[in-house]
Design a protein around this ligand. Structure first.
Ligand code: F6R
Length: 596
């Protein structure tokens, strides 16, 4: 997720672009840049937040330009990799939000025909493709260039000698703001609301030309399209959260896109793109903290099921002080921030023990990625709410991808089984969207139980860690005491705490543990606890055992943690909302924990 803005008018473009860009900083903040068309094309980029760009850039003259704030997905967060990126002649500058999945193939072709590259990004290929097609104007060149691109994008392009911006999109957002004698474009209306509330939304496959006095939209056949502007009534603060009351809710709703992006280019063809070429690992050790640790616990089930490789999971702060075992595992460190001190310390300890290390991180170029041998990046975009949501579901996606790769290497996953898994992975964004469509039902149930002081979350097998994560989400944002248990363990002690004052959330999907789960639900209802069960659609049995049932569409059980955790994220969110808690900034906890 990155942010792009553009301005074409009669005022100086530089301060306006910078002002608009600052409102998109929530979309990324590892580097930023600006390009302005004056007598010639001027360009300036800086590593770090927009404030760094602002304090270091020279004054630029011109009233047409584009700017970008980056959240790296391909290529480290450096000045060279910052956008705008240019063609060989530096006469075309482009900004991009998205991922070009066939960039390697395109880059090789461009290199063969003599183009030279100055960054490690996927984006730069597009600047060279536009350069190669630039004979009949920018609109024509951009239209021809996008025909070669696979992946997701919103591009904005400027060229020396052209007093226009040409932009286009596929699956990444792009909006044009209409002014008087000036027009704007951006990834999000938030960026433009100070200047105009009249917006035209660009659709997939369309190309738009924006000048000071005109906005022309062309469809994929090059035909002109006319579209009415929409009037936006949000205030600035609402707009920053995309109209959602909290970042957490916005990020919960971003999960279909985040999952889709995290899969992009990684499941095409017969084999997953290999994350590493080394298949000598007889065992895997996953090390992480908090929510990332729960992703690791789910990962253990997936790796053992698909690759049959013994996997252990340890909390980072414990791993560092644990005895050194004789095996030589692949140590997988899961951390969305890539900066958690305990997990960084664990990575160093693993290296000291002579182990190969892999990180699963969301922040490109973060500290952990510089310490380890391999990295799988999740592509969730920046997460601002303190409670991890979209970074968790994308960590689960990384676990499926890693397990499939290990399974293929170990020959424990047949080509047919892999194909069927790829099919389900492709449908995961839809499965999550189905849950989001039920938010009102979940909200009503959360309101019903929001007065509880204690809550239990139970599950078995792959959904036991999801019970732990549901409990963690609930306790950290609503301050309700939530406990997650493997359902079979209740009878060994915790049943003593069960009463009609303590609702039990039971994950009971139809898998090999289903009958046992029904038994555990009966145990708690017999002691007066209200039971809220989460099960598959069409399961009529469950309502005979539980007081309330939340249903998700049936999915192979190994993938059920993804939609189920989204139910529990919404559950925790609405409980916290009903209790009036400061959801995005819960007391006593920080987004990134850099102390041990
Ligand atoms: C809970 C939460 C934390 C983090 C933990 C590790 O919602 O966000 O438990 O998961 O602090 O953070 P990372 O993944 O950045 O290492």
């Amino acid at each position: 997720m990155c942010g792009i803005v553009g301005y074409a008018g009669r005022r100086g473009a530089q301060p306006i672009l910078l002002d608009c860009l600052k409102r998109l900083e929530y979309r990324g903040y590892d580097s930023a840049g600006i390009a302005i068309v004056g007598k010639e094309l001027q360009l300036f980029k800086a590593k770090g937040e927009i404030a760094v760009l602002e304090s270091t850039m020279p004054e630029m003259e011109g009233s047409v330009g584009i700017a970008h704030t980056r959240w790296a997905t391909q290529g480290k967060p450096t000045t060279e990799n910052a956008h705008p990126l240019t063609d060989c002649s530096r006469k075309v500058a482009i900004v991009h939000n998205g991922i070009i999945s066939n960039f390697m193939e395109l880059k090789e072709g461009l290199l063969r025909s003599g183009h030279t590259f100055s960054s490690e990004t996927d984006t730069e290929v597009f600047a060279h493709l536009v350069e190669a097609e630039l004979k009949d104007g920018l609109v024509d060149a951009v239209s021809k260039a996008i025909a070669k691109i696979e992946g997701t994008y919103a591009f904005a392009v400027v060229g020396e000698g052209h007093d226009e911006i040409v932009a286009t999109r596929r699956e990444s957002p792009l909006v044009v703001g209409l002014g008087e004698g000036e027009n704007f474009l951006a990834s999000d209306v938030t960026a433009l609301l100070k200047y105009t509330n009249r917006m035209v939304y660009i659709r997939d496959g369309e190309v738009v030309r924006v000048t000071a006095d005109s906005v022309d939209i062309f469809d994929s056949k090059g035909e002109k399209v006319s579209r009415e502007a929409e009037k936006i009534t949000w205030n600035l603060e609402d707009a920053e959260k995309g109209g959602y009351p909290h970042f957490m809710l916005k990020e919960i709703y971003e999960q279909p896109e985040a999952i889709h992006d995290s899969l992009l280019g990684r499941i095409e063809g017969e084999e997953s793109e290999p994350f590493f070429q080394d298949n000598r690992f007889s065992n895997v050790k996953i090390v992480a903290c908090g929510t990332s640790y729960h992703a690791g616990l789910v990962g253990k089930y997936i790796i053992e099921e698909l690759a049959r490789i013994p996997t252990t999971v340890q909390i980072s702060s414990e791993y560092r002080y644990s005895p050194v075992a004789r095996e030589n595992p692949l140590v997988v460190l899961i951390t969305q921030s890539g900066e958690t001190a305990d997990t960084l310390g664990a990575a160093r300890e693993a290296k000291k023990r002579g182990n190969k290390t892999m990180s699963i991180a969301n922040v490109v170029g973060s500290a952990i990625t510089r310490e380890v041998d391999y990295t799988i990046y999740t592509r969730a975009g920046p997460e601002i709410g303190v409670a991890a949501t979209k970074t968790f579901t994308t960590q689960l996606v990384a676990m499926y991808l890693l397990a499939m790769e290990l399974g293929a290497q170990n020959k424990t996953l047949t080509a047919q089984a892999r194909r069927s898994m790829v099919g389900t992975l492709r449908n995961l964004p839809r499965a999550v969207q189905d849950v989001l469509n039920q938010a009102r039902v979940i909200e009503a149930l959360a309101n019903k139980y929001s007065d509880a002081r204690d809550m239990f979350f139970i599950g078995r097998s792959i959904n036991y860690p999801i019970a732990l994560e549901g409990a963690l989400k609930t306790k950290e944002i609503s301050y309700v005491h939530g406990e997650g248990y493997p359902a079979g363990e209740l009878k060994h002690g915790p049943l003593a705490l069960i009463s009609k004052e303590s609702p039990v959330v039971a994950i009971a999907v139809r898998d090999h543990t289903y009958e046992k789960m029904l038994g555990n639900i009966s145990e708690v209802s017999a002691r007066g606890s209200p039971v809220i069960a989460i099960g598959f659609e069409g399961d009529t049995e469950l309502s005979k055992f539980a007081d309330d049932v939340i249903r998700i569409r049936e999915i192979p059980p190994i993938f059920s943690p993804v939609p189920i955790i989204v139910v529990l994220q919404l559950w925790a969110y609405y409980i916290a909302k009903a209790r009036g808690c400061p959801i995005d900034k819960p007391r006593n906890i920080a987004k990134t924990v850099t102390v041990e």
